[in-house]
Design a protein around this ligand. Structure first.
Ligand SMILES: Nc1ncnc2c1ncn2[C@@H]1O[C@H](COP(=O)(O)OP(=O)(O)OP(=O)(O)O)[C@@H](O)[C@H]1O
Ligand SMILES: [Mg+2]
Length: 264
């Protein structure tokens, strides 16, 4: 087995079939602690499905997943979050009527074991203040506009909402953070803001946090990741540093088959 102390996540021949479709097909990879890596691939190549397998949305058809040396292949989503795996979603997933602050606080509270009783009051006295500092700290790390923290999340700009989602994922204190197309739906000029936010997160947490980012636009991951894994039709067709991937013939061919995509 390839898991060692330095490997945070390890998948072995991970496979997911939906009927006759092999959405993820025999993917084996290792992610080192404290690294920032990316998975790219054309539309429908299995990127989100791979994340769904890691976070336990559904079980794999075959293969195994190890997190920090432990086999988590059959654990529930909740157990995986408790162990330190968190994610953001490709489609914005926030509580729109809650304030930005409240969205992060609820995420922090959700993982702390504090519960809300039938009156909607917190049983645990002092919980609000307990999370207050933590929320502000995380908001600052991802670069949320402090003047917009107390308005409903639905009313903040889309780029801020994407950063809010990263903040919510961080609030669960993960050691592995999976970001699914963090720049999805963004105007080109907003993209550097999200890249900066991710790089700031990485700097702030250092080796305590490992990041795996899914993107299907090569140019975004180029500035972000140390190593890139390329999926095509569920299979890993290449892996390597950004420069190598950019010049890889097989990758080029996979992307050229996808009319929506352009290489950077
Ligand atoms: N729950 C599901 N049930 C059936 N088929 C699914 C399911 N989830 C994904 N698929 C199929 O699996 C394949 C891979 O989908 P997936 O969403 O993982 O791709 P992706 O690489 O994330 O694509 P995109 O870049 O468009 O987000 C697609 O053909 C998709 O239609
Ligand atoms: Mg996807």
């Amino acid at each position: 087995m390839s898991s060692t102390n330095d490997i945070v996540l390890s998948t072995i021949e991970l496979t997911k079939n939906f009927g006759g479709l092999q959405a993820v097909n025999g993917v084996s990879l290792d992610i080192e602690r404290g690294s920032i890596k990316a998975i790219i691939g054309p539309n429908g190549s299995g990127k989100t499905t791979f994340f769904n397998l890691i976070t336990g949305v559904f079980p794999p058809s075959s293969g195994r997943i190890y997190f920090e040396g432990q086999d988590i292949t059959r654990l529930s989503m909740h157990d995986r979050t408790r162990r330190g795996i968190s994610r953001s979603y490709q489609i914005t997933n926030i509580f729109p009527y809650q304030t930005t602050f409240e969205n992060i606080r609820l995420a922090a509270q959700g993982c702390s074991g504090a519960r809300v009783n039938f009156l909607g009051m917190l049983k645990k006295a002092g919980t609000y203040t307990e999370f207050h500092e933590k929320v502000l700290e995380i908001a600052a790390i991802v670069g949320l506009d402090p003047t917009r923290l107390y308005i409903p999340a639905a009313l903040i700009p889309h780029a801020e909402q994407r950063k809010l989602e990263i903040a919510m994922a961080l609030a669960t204190e993960p050691r592995l953070l999976l970001l699914d197309e963090p720049a999805a739906g963004m105007a080109v000029e907003e993209i550097p803001e999200v890249i900066d936010a991710i790089l700031r997160v990485k700097r702030s947490y250092g080796d305590r946090l490992t990041l795996l980012v899914v993107e299907h636009k090569m140019d975004i991951v180029m500035s972000l990741s140390e190593e890139i894994f390329v999926l095509s039709e569920g299979k890993m067709i290449a892996k390597g540093p950004p420069k190598e991937i950019q010049e890889n013939e097989q990758v080029l061919t996979a992307y050229l088959g996808d009319t929506d995509e352009k290489l950077a």
